[in-house]
Design a protein around this ligand. Structure first.
Ligand SMILES: NC(=O)c1ccc[n+]([C@@H]2O[C@H](COP(=O)([O-])OP(=O)(O)OC[C@H]3O[C@@H](n4cnc5c(N)ncnc54)[C@H](OP(=O)(O)O)[C@@H]3O)[C@@H](O)[C@H]2O)c1
Length: 231
């Protein structure tokens, strides 16, 4: 397998395993203390990747929020926030999304060949658009990121993206935060979709840590032997 960055999947879910509310509203699952923890993980990363549906639905900025953490990165000769990365087949991305309008770090869009030329025109000046083939294979995407100097990658969803990282064996750690409420709406997206996951009843994942953070709980799973090397 090609070299790839050390990869952490990070995600918040409801008690019934949903990522969102299934509505246009962005669902807040985390609390302030947990957002500070997520901010610290971001600050240690070279790049943050989200799916195009998350860019459209949540309109996230994906920046390091804490001024001390930003200053620390500057002292290390790094941009204040990690590179931002997204993946799209349709190419439906808007220059006005916070993903593109906030922060000074590089923005990369891995786009299926069929829409790459059009997306390159639409996002000219705000992002680097990479023709990632047809269909886009996330193993190639992470291999390309490694080639661009990304050694530590944080993946912040959504479900389609998490599913591919997990089923393709491209993740080293999973940080799953469980919020203390139910969504109870089948229109909502689950943490992952159906797929052949390497972890199943006869091959259980290694639970490396549990941590209560106010009213949420962090479950930290080691998904590859690389976890032991970096911990
Ligand atoms: N709770 C949390 O921690 C958390 C975190 C993030 C997101 N979310 C929620 O998750 C929901 C979105 O999840 P989702 O599963 O619908 O979407 P997603 O994983 O964010 O993005 C899926 C989209 O990414 C693109 N994509 C993914 N894999 C691709 C591939 N191999 N090749 C080409 N394009 C690819 C496609 O974009 P195109 O459609 O443009 O082709 C696809 O529709 C949102 O409602 C958001 O609120 C929750």
């Amino acid at each position: 397998m090609a070299e790839r960055p050390y990869t952490i999947l990070s995600c918040g879910i409801s008690l019934d395993g949903y990522l969102d509310a299934g509505t246009q509203e962005r669902l807040v699952l985390s609390n302030e203390a947990d957002l500070r923890r997520v901010d610290a993980v971001r600050a240690e990363s070279d790049a943050i990747l989200v799916g195009a549906a998350t860019v459209r639905h949540d309109n996230p900025r994906l920046l390091v929020r804490n001024a001390h953490l930003r200053a620390q990165r500057r002292r290390q000769g790094l941009p204040e926030s990690p590179m931002k990365v997204t993946v799209t087949e349709s190419g439906c991305l808007d220059q006005g999304n916070s993903f593109f309008t906030t922060g000074t770090s590089e923005k990369l869009v891995y786009c299926a060949s069929r829409s790459a030329a059009c997306v390159r025109d639409r996002l000219a000046g705000v992002a680097t658009v990479v023709d990632a083939g047809q269909p886009v294979d996330l193993a190639d995407v992470v291999g390309d990121l490694e080639g661009r100097g990304v050694r530590r990658l944080m993946v912040e969803g959504g479900g389609r993206i998490h599913t591919q990282f997990l089923t393709q064996g491209l993740a080293d750690e999973l940080h799953l935060v469980v919020a203390p409420f139910f969504v109870g709406d089948a229109r909502a997206h689950r943490f992952v979709n159906a797929g052949a996951f390497p972890w199943n009843p006869s091959h259980r994942a290694h639970l490396a840590e549990t941590r209560q953070i106010g009213d949420v709980v962090l479950l930290r799973y080691a998904l590859s032997p690389r976890f032991a090397e970096v911990s």
